[in-house]
Design a protein around this ligand. Structure first.
Ligand SMILES: N[C@@H](CCC(=O)N[C@@H](CS)C(=O)NCC(=O)O)C(=O)O
Length: 199
C-alpha cells in the first residue's frame, strides 16, 4: 500500500470532504493538520498553496478535493460513492456544493481584511449567492431519500455545515427539507469525527 499523506486544515470544508471520503472508503491516510498560510513547503507540491493536498509516497501530488476524493474512490475496494445511475447529477451537485463553500470562504476572507480595504458589494454578492444556492438545493436537490452515502451528500453536508460555522444558520427555518436531512446526516460517525474547529 502506498503512503498517503493528506495535508489538511482544522476547518476546511474541502478538506473535510476528503477526510470523510477516506473514512467511508477505508483508505488509510496520515492526516497532517497545518496552517496553510505558513506552510511554505507545500509550494513544492502545490503551487496554489491550498489544502487539501495529497502526497503519495512523497513523490506524487494530487491537488483539489474533487481529484483526491475520486482517487480514493478508485483505489478503494469498497463500493463507489459516485452513483453511475445519476452520475452527472451527482457531479453537478458536488460543483454546486463546492461553489457554496467558496462563497462562504470568500466572504469570510474579505471580512478579515482591514475595514477600509473591504468591498461591501463583493460581500453582498457572496451572500446573495449563498442564499440562492441553499434555496436552490432546498427546492431542487432530490437525493434526500437515498439510503446509500454518495459524494453529493457528503459535499452538500460539508458546505451547509461550513455555512453555519462561518456565516449563518438563518436559512434552516425556510429550508425545512434540507435542515431535516442535514440533522439526520450529521448523526453519522464520520460527520462527528470531522466537525470544524477554530484554532
Ligand atoms: N478547489 C479547491 C479549493 C481548496 C481551498 O480553497 N482551500 C482553502 C482552505 S478552505 C485554502 O487552502 N486556502 C489557502 C489560501 O487561500 O491561502 C479544492 O477543492 O480543494
Amino acid at each position: 500500500m502506498k503512503k498517503l499523506t493528506l495535508y489538511n486544515g482544522p476547518n476546511s470544508p474541502f478538506g473535510r470532504k476528503t477526510k470523510i471520503t477516506a473514512i467511508i472508503l477505508e483508505i488509510p491516510i496520515e492526516e497532517k493538520i497545518i496552517k496553510i498560510q505558513e506552510a511554505e513547503f507545500i509550494d513544492n507540491y502545490n503551487p496554489l498553496r491550498k489544502i487539501p493536498t495529497l502526497i503519495i509516497d512523497n513523490n506524487q501530488t494530487i491537488i483539489d478535493s474533487d481529484n483526491i476524493c475520486l482517487y480514493f474512490d478508485k483505489i478503494s475496494n469498497k463500493e463507489s460513492i459516485y452513483s453511475t445511475k445519476n452520475y452527472w447529477n451527482v457531479m453537478s451537485t458536488i460543483s454546486i456544493a463546492n461553489g457554496l463553500m467558496e462563497s462562504v470562504l470568500e466572504r469570510k476572507t474579505e471580512l478579515i481584511r482591514p475595514t477600509n480595504e473591504q468591498s461591501k458589494s463583493f460581500i453582498q454578492k457572496q451572500e446573495i449567492r449563498i442564499f440562492r444556492t441553499i434555496n436552490w438545493l432546498e427546492k431542487n436537490w432530490n437525493n434526500f431519500e437515498n439510503n446509500k452515502i454518495s459524494m453529493d451528500q457528503i459535499s452538500v453536508a460539508c458546505a451547509l455545515e461550513y455555512t453555519k460555522f462561518r456565516f449563518t444558520d438563518s436559512w434552516i427555518n425556510s429550508c425545512n427539507n434540507l435542515n431535516i436531512w442535514l440533522e439526520e446526516f450529521n448523526k453519522h460517525k464520520f460527520m462527528e469525527l470531522t466537525i470544524p474547529k477554530d484554532i
